[in-house]
Design a protein around this ligand. Structure first.
Ligand SMILES: *[C@@H]1O[C@H](CO)[C@@H](O)[C@H](O)[C@H]1NC(C)=O
Ligand SMILES: *[C@@H]1O[C@H](CO)[C@@H](O)[C@H](O)[C@H]1NC(C)=O
Length: 343
């Protein structure tokens, strides 16, 4: 179950280009009080899955960071970006800004302590699974949370300050997305982390190094720099499908009166109905798409609309897919659907 959450929480991360080309929107985000901190919040307020985005030292108001939260929300999660710095983020363009005293005043230990009431507040709202995505400074907070049972999964993006002791304590599925050119996290240290994590068979882990990029590359990239944008996107894509679990081979079953190719975790509350083009549900490349959707943690369903039409000529395929969607809902497990192609 926990590895399922790693991928449902994070593989979806920024996956709009893969699965969610036309994501739903959930209004603008709002800044609310949550567990004693101000927090930017966006996403379906009834979601049982939340992602806690823990910022770098530049804080929770940085536009590119908020965009990540917005994408997480568009993928169906409740995205929560707390202000761990109490209105006092780092500002390197301020000539009076001094990193050392700032870091002393905004310790990751305090961040970890402050995150707990935020998590408790989310649980009290009915959230059942929480992932933490920590960027730079936030990576240290996220890895500490990953050493507890407060969260179900963690992703560390070019984390700072993380040591072997932190990694040894990790108890939940974790991914480390690291920059090649990062003094805060040199290659030898990453190798050590990878060894520690791969020895832990009880949960999934992933360590990946992105070549030619520096600390901060997933958030502080230059839009004009094609390579930087590409690397950031690659990291985002890897968050989607970096290390997907497999769910056995797909099978063809009867569902809602149609034959359907089905693959994915059968206990998933999230299903994606893939409706083929005119070439039908057996096209290998189409099935591969379904397999990817399944690997991302969804129950993927590919109905064979054409064969049904042969049995009952004149039946509208749209009507049939509505039938299937209805059938999925009737099982009372399928509460959420996404993508416009779902009827
Ligand atoms: C950072 O400091 C500069 C120079 O003092 C100031 O102009 C800018 O508004 C500050 N940025 C933030 C986000 O506070
Ligand atoms: C330390 O942080 C608090 C908020 O956590 C802030 O009010 C205070 O001004 C900071 N002090 C210094 C010296 O930066």
């Amino acid at each position: 179950m926990s590895s399922f959450y790693l991928f449902i929480l994070f593989i979806l991360f920024l996956s709009s280009s893969e699965c969610f080309g036309n994501p739903p929107t959930y209004g603008a985000g709002t800044v609310q009080e949550l567990g004693g901190l101000k927090a930017y919040v966006r996403g379906p307020s009834d979601s049982k899955l939340a992602v806690l985005l823990i910022s770098d030292i530049y804080g929770y108001e940085v536009p590119k960071f908020r965009k990540i939260a917005d994408k997480v929300a568009a993928a169906g999660f409740l995205a929560v970006v707390p202000d761990f710095f109490y209105g006092d983020p780092a500002n390197s363009s301020d000539p009076h800004f001094n990193t050392e005293p700032w870091l002393k005043n905004h310790t990751t230990d305090k961040g970890y302590e402050d995150a707990k009431p935020v998590i408790a507040a989310l649980r009290s709202k009915g959230v059942s699974a929480i992932g933490a995505a920590g960027f730079c400074w936030g990576g240290k907070v996220a890895v500490k949370l990953a050493g507890s049972v407060d969260i179900q999964a963690a992703v560390l993006l070019h984390p700072g300050l993380v040591n072997e002791d932190d990694i040894n304590k990790v108890k939940v599925p974790i991914a480390i997305l690291a920059a090649e050119l990062d003094q805060a996290l040199p290659a030898e240290q990453l190798t050590d982390f990878e060894e520690i994590l791969s020895a832990k068979a009880e949960f999934d882990s992933l360590v990946k190094i992105y070549p030619g990029v520096a600390h901060g590359f997933t958030v502080r990239y230059n839009d004009e720099d094609k390579f930087a944008v590409k690397s950031a996107k690659e990291a985002h894509k890897d968050m989607c499908f970096g290390n997907p679990p497999t769910y056995g081979a797909g099978t063809v079953q009867e569902l809602g009166g149609l034959k359907a190719y089905v693959r994915g975790p059968s206990n998933s509350k999230l299903a994606v109905l893939l409706i083929s083009d005119i070439y039908g549900y057996e096209v290998p490349k189409f099935r591969k798409i379904a397999n990817k959707v399944a690997a991302a943690g969804f129950f993927a369903v590919v109905p064979d609309i054409s064969s049904f039409e042969n049995v009952k000529p004149g039946i509208n395929p749209l009507f049939l897919s509505q039938n299937i969607a209805q059938k999925l809902r009737n099982t009372n497990k399928w509460q959420r659907k996404r993508t416009k192609s779902n009827v």
